[in-house]
Design a protein around this ligand. Structure first.
Ligand code: ADP
Length: 615
């Protein structure tokens, strides 16, 4: 779908953003109403501003020009009294306008900030609900830019551009009406150039918007590069990739600078053009207005009011030129935010989904097929039946669908064909939350969130008591080392738990799974990154953890797999062999060959199926 190119075309974009923001704004109705009232008052005082000056000119300095005698009792007063009255009135009007403007600005700033804080919170929540199929493709850095900086820009623009523009339009309308009522022909001369503003605004606005949009996109890409290289800094340094990443970053950085400068230059050109046109209007009004005064068809005070109004009327046009760039940026940023809101999670609660009862843990796959990309199936016709409390090992070469198969159970993805059942019911009949609450996961690379060890274990079951956390840690063989840490369970761990060894992190992950007390357990290569000593501790903990729970263990270590009740050998997305260790050895197929290979004299200390296959 093509992006809108002109400001006019982007108006639907802006309208779309406003429509989206409306429900959030409605919640702050009293504040919005108050701010609008202040806005109207400030516009009213602004239109009153030149009148005391006109009065002084027409009644005090050159009373001979005053034609109408609207207020004869005033005209008869002493000029000094009149002058004083006019000065006081001017002061009062300016003072009241300042007060109204203050409340209008503060009011709208509050609304803008509150609304966009709500939107940012909603966007963050929404991103977390989006399915893995979305996150697999999205770049996390770009998403962060959208949540932090695009929303920030939307807020900045809503407060500093949209509201002033609204005020500008009000000023324009009220002053144009007053000018027309003061002197029709002169007003027409003054306003004649107005339509001309649209030409440069439209032409330059389109280019400014293009540049702004490119810049936003570029910034998203830059954030992604930064997030990726920072996230893998160890690897980047080890492979001496610093220069490659820096070069890619600085080339994007330079392009972003270019686009930024281009947008600024175009905006400055637009402002310059508009100023020139204001000059033209002022000159025309000065010429024709003085001509009218000389022919006694206008008072000098009226001309003053006209010139003052002209400035105020055209100021919005000048501002508009300035805000075009900002609005263009906001619409680019806003669209990026709204595009995210438009993403619908493809894994979500079905209508009529009910909370899952406590599972016994019987798992069945019925002719399950799955493809990440249409036309490239990763799983085909998988049939599988597992009784509650059984241990199932999934083995086979990498990339054959083992992780994919187990990820269908907590509905990280939904199967493209067939169905996955727990206790005889399709997992899609349950609400996602209640389904996932009964499944624990231990992965190869455990992420510890910033917080204490206690917090990290409790993530498995929010609200778990200290005693439950400690019990889980004991089961996970983690209690001992946690106790020896400086602050025990209250030791803070870094963003990725960098202060702990992989083995210790893995045992915390086991404790996290244990505290959840779920009837189904998924272990995705939990020991493959460990040394022998840590591996023993983790394997022992996992054996304790899996007792009585339906367990799916993905492993490359066939000696671990051999202890399971059921072994599945996956090849090309199909279960090519299944049975107990003894059955598969008797069968003499791929599993038996690999097992024999691994357990002959030249066994490497960590045999892997990949290595074995490569031999
Ligand atoms: P295994 O666990 O057996 O190593 P996986 O289930 O991880 O295999 O992957 C099976 C296949 O699916 C592989 O070819 C892999 O490239 C592909 N795959 C895995 N995850 C994704 C994803 N998020 N998007 C697209 N393809 C994927």
């Amino acid at each position: 779908m093509g992006r809108p190119q002109t400001l006019k075309q982007s108006m639907p974009g802006i309208l779309r953003i406003l429509r989206f923001l409306w429900p959030y704004t409605r919640k702050h109705r009293p504040l919005v109403t108050g701010s609008f009232a202040a806005l109207f008052l400030s516009v009213a005082f602004k239109t009153l501003e030149p009148w005391p000056l006109k009065f002084v000119f027409d009644r005090v300095i050159m009373p001979e020009h005053a034609k109408e005698t609207v207020l004869p009792w005033i005209t008869s007063r002493d000029p000094v009294v009149l002058l004083t009255l006019a000065s006081v009135a001017l002061l009062a009007v300016i003072g009241l306008r300042a007060v109204a403007m203050y409340y209008n600005k503060v009011g709208f700033a509050l609304v803008g900030n509150r609304v966009l804080t709500d939107v940012r919170g909603a966007l963050f929540r929404h991103l977390h609900c989006l399915s893995l199929s979305f996150h697999d493709k999205a770049r996390s850095g770009d998403l962060i830019v959208r949540v932090i900086s695009d929303i920030g820009m939307l807020r900045e623009v809503a407060v500093t551009a949209f509201m002033p523009m609204l005020a500008s339009v009000l000023i324009l309308v009220s002053m144009a009406t007053l000018m027309l009522s003061l002197n029709g022909p002169l007003a027409l001369v003054a306003l004649a150039t107005l339509p001309l503003y649209w030409l440069p605004t439209k032409r330059l606005g389109r280019r400014i918007q293009g540049a702004a949009r490119d810049q936003r996109k570029r910034e998203g890409a830059m954030a992604s590069t930064a997030a990726e290289s920072m996230g893998a800094i160890k690897l980047v340094q080890a492979l001496s990739l610093e220069d490659a990443f820096s070069q890619s970053f600085s080339s994007q950085n330079r392009k972003s600078l270019k686009e930024g400068v281009l947008a600024r230059r175009l905006a400055a050109r637009l402002q310059g053009t508009v100023s020139l046109m204001i000059g033209l209007s002022t000159a025309l009004v000065l010429w024709y207005g003085t001509y009218l005064i000389l022919h006694d068809r206008l008072s000098p005070g009226d001309l003053l009011v006209f010139i003052a109004y002209l400035k105020s009327t055209f100021r919005p046009m000048q501002d508009f030129a300035k805000y075009t760039a900002r609005l263009a940026k906001a619409s680019a940023a806003g669209e990026r935010v709204l595009d995210l809101f438009d993403e619908v999670p493809d894994v979500c609660d079905r209508p009529g989904a009910a909370p899952a009862p406590s599972f016994r843990g019987a798992v069945r796959f019925e002719r399950v097929g799955f493809a990440y990309e249409p036309g490239h199936p990763v799983l085909r016709g998988v049939d599988l039946s597992v009784e509650p409390g059984r241990q199932v090992a999934l083995v086979g070469p990498s990339g054959n669908g083992k992780s994919t198969l187990v990820s269908l159970l907590p509905r990280l993805y939904d199967p493209t064909e067939g169905r996955v059942c727990i206790d005889g019911r399709d997992v899609r009949d349950f609400t996602l939350r209640s389904l996932r609450a009964q499944i624990s996961l231990v992965l190869q690379d455990t992420v510890l969130f910033a917080g204490t060890i206690r917090d990290n274990i409790a993530y498995g079951a929010p609200g778990a008591s200290d005693a439950e956390i400690e019990e889980a840690a004991r089961l996970a063989n983690a209690h001992g080392f946690i106790r020896r840490l400086p602050n025990g369970y209250d030791t803070a761990v870094g963003e990725r738990g960098v202060t702990l060894s992989t083995g210790q992190r893995q045992r915390i992950a086991v404790a996290r799974a244990a505290v959840r007390r779920s009837p189904i357990l998924i272990l995705d290569e939990p020991t493959s990154a460990l040394d022998e000593a840590s591996e023993r501790a983790v394997v022992e903990a996992l054996e304790r953890l899996s007792k009585g729970r339906t367990t799916f263990l993905i492993t490359h270590n066939l000696r671990h797999a051999a202890r399971s009740d059921l072994i599945l050998f996956l090849e090309n997305g199909r279960i090519s062999e299944q049975g107990s260790h003894a059955e598969l050895m008797r069968l003499g197929g791929r599993y038996a060959a690999l097992f024999t290979l691994e357990n002959t004299a030249f066994v490497p200390s960590h045999p892997s199926t990949d290595h074995a296959l490569a031999l």
